[in-house]
Write a protein that binds this ligand. Structure first.
Ligand code: NI
Length: 136
């Protein structure tokens, strides 16, 4: 029997949505305010869900203290108070949309959490707009 445990976290970051192969006019038309040349910020909220079997010795799926530490090291320390376009090599050629940020975070965490456990990342870019990876 499997069960899912989740932890919330947050970070603040700036970004600009911009496709360098498009004209300024097209960028403005497609991305609107998100194309602001001097960037703009979001208060990102994150839910990391971990699904697996309960370890009978601990009663845990994962030690939440350990999960907290992994999220702090892999997500908060790398992304908090950063300009995603300028400060993160990964986004030098990937548009830092909520979708792409969510997949980036998933991959950072996936490397650090036991392969016996499934993980899912939900990223809120605003209180009403959020994305989830993997989708199922
Ligand atoms: Ni934005």
């Amino acid at each position: 029997m499997e069960i899912t445990v989740s932890r919330k976290a947050h970070f603040n970051a700036a970004h600009r949505l911009f496709n360098e192969s498009w004209s300024d006019e097209k960028n403005q038309r497609i991305f609107g305010k998100c194309n602001n040349i001097n960037y703009h910020g979001h208060n990102y909220e994150l839910i990391v869900s971990v699904t697996g079997k309960i370890n009978p010795e601990t009663g845990y799926v994962i030690d939440m203290g350990e999960l907290k530490k992994i999220i702090k090291q892999e997500v908060e320390e790398k992304l908090d108070h950063k300009n995603l376009n300028l400060d993160l090599e990964y986004f030098s050629n990937v548009i830092p949309s909520a979708e792409n940020i969510c997949i980036y975070i998933y991959n950072l965490l996936r490397d650090k959490i036991s392969k016996d456990l499934d993980i899912c990342v939900t990223l809120y870019e605003t209180p009403r707009n959020f994305v989830k990876y993997p989708p199922k």
